[in-house]
Design a binder for this molecule. Structure first.
Ligand code: NAD
Length: 387
């Protein structure tokens, strides 16, 4: 099969969907790989490295015109126009963006959105949400440390003692856990909140303290267990009590990193304007849900804090609020290598590696395969999203 790897065109996007390592493996399986010249530059991958791995270097039209196209972000209309009807597309195609999926179906693509893979053991090696959230959680802390005008670790010096930074993490999924681990390595004191009870042990094992908000009804407990590992919206009664506990911690915090998301819905508001007002001047909020919250009155999109402005850093009530929406792209090289490996693992399901010496296998869709079925967003002109 001819596999194309175009350069990403979204603003600020540094990642690329294949690396020399994954290209080499696809070529060894008998596929031809065409990489757009310069596609890897922002991820520190040179054209020479792709060529040495066996790729052909081509222009954008040739990469987008391949039988199968590997992307990071969903193609923009101008990119879609260059793709062949019937081609296969693999990428992070935003399964909850109904209009975007319609466009992929209208272009007659067979499109797989890797974010839709189930959270199962078999799907772990192709879990792009995890690989990218892990990187984003790390970068969020590094960015907070950079914006914060004080030390993270406690320091005892001849000139006096400096207190350790207090970091509050809201939402402890993959990104939150990595944020705790990274902040701990920098010497901060950490407290963290999540709706799911199972995270308490994970937080404590990383050296953080769980902000406990006990469940008072069966309904609260059931919602907190979530579905398929994901959170569900919590009853208002629990959210009200969580708010009281979180407000106390946020008022004392030097840094707040919020990551709380509920798939397919606006991110919950966890840091209200009153909480921001209660924070010390110079404190930092990294809102990792930026761009996924409810729209603000002025048309901008917030995150877990309504004062967040997607893709901007603003100072409100003396607090620096970072609304970076693509933290993983700020670690482009590693984000690309992990993403490219996720893609390669997914391809094994639709392009099974042929035994050595035999011709490359043909593309196939196995409707019985739960991962393939869950990721398939468009096929033969129709949107095929399952859930
Ligand atoms: P996510 O990005 O969807 O959400 C981030 C976190 O926000 C979640 O932990 C969620 O519970 C939390 N949250 C939602 N509403 C909240 C609120 N009001 N207050 C506080 N926190 C709130 O989550 P994710 O990182 O994708 O991880 C989701 C789950 O899936 C985790 O349990 C993770 O360990 C699990 N997981 C399983 C696998 C696997 O089994 N293969 C792979 C990856 C992740």
């Amino acid at each position: 099969m001819l596999i194309g790897v175009p350069a990403e065109t979204a603003a600020g996007e540094s990642r690329v969907a294949a690396t020399p390592e994954t290209v080499k493996k696809l070529v060894a399986q008998g596929h031809a790989v065409s990489v757009q010249a310069g596609a890897g530059v922002r991820a520190s991958v040179t054209d020479e490295a792709y060529a040495a791995a066996g790729a052909q270097l081509v222009d954008a039209a040739a990469a987008l015109g391949a039988e199968m196209v590997l992307k990071v972000r969903s193609p923009a209309p101008a990119e879609l126009a260059q793709m062949k009807p019937g081609a296969v597309l693999v990428g992070m195609l935003e399964p909850f963006n109904a209009e975007g999926l319609q466009r992929l179906a209208a272009a007659n693509l067979t499109a797989f959105a890797l974010e839709a893979a189930p959270r199962t053991t078999r799907a772990q090696s192709m879990d792009v949400l995890s690989s990218q959230a892990n990187i984003a959680g790390y970068k969020a802390v590094i960015m907070a440390a950079d914006r914060y005008q004080k030390f993270f670790p406690m320091l005892m010096t001849a000139a006096g003692t400096v207190k350790a930074a207090r970091v509050v993490i809201l939402g402890v999924g993959v990104a939150g856990l990595q944020a705790i681990a990274t902040a701990k390595r920098l010497g901060a004191v950490i407290e963290a909140s999540d709706v799911r009870p199972s995270v308490k042990e994970q937080i404590e094992s990383l050296g953080g303290k769980f902000i406990d908000v006990p469940y008072e009804t069966a309904e609260e407990k059931e919602a907190a267990e979530g579905v398929g590992g994901y959170a569900r919206p919590m009853p208002q009664s629990w959210l009200d009590r969580q708010k009281v506990e979180v407000a106390k911690r946020v008022a004392q915090a030097d840094v707040v990193i919020s990551t709380a998301l509920i798939p397919g819905r606006a991110a919950p508001v966890l840091i209200t304007e009153e909480m921001v007002q209660s924070m010390k001047p110079g404190s930092v909020i990294i809102d990792m849900a930026a761009g996924k919250g409810a729209p603000n009155a002025d048309g901008t999109v917030g995150g877990n804090c309504p004062l967040t402005v997607a893709d901007q850093t603003v100072t409100r009530h003396g607090v620096v609020i970072v609304g970076e929406t693509n933290l993983a792209a700020l670690v482009g090289a590693d984000a690309s290598s992990l993403y490219a490996r996720n893609v390669l693992d997914f391809l094994k399901l639709v392009l099974p590696p042929a035994p050595k010496g035999e011709p490359a296998s043909a593309f196939r869709i196995d409707p019985e395969d739960d991962i393939v079925a869950a990721c398939l967003m468009a096929h033969q002109g129709a949107v095929t999203r399952k859930s």
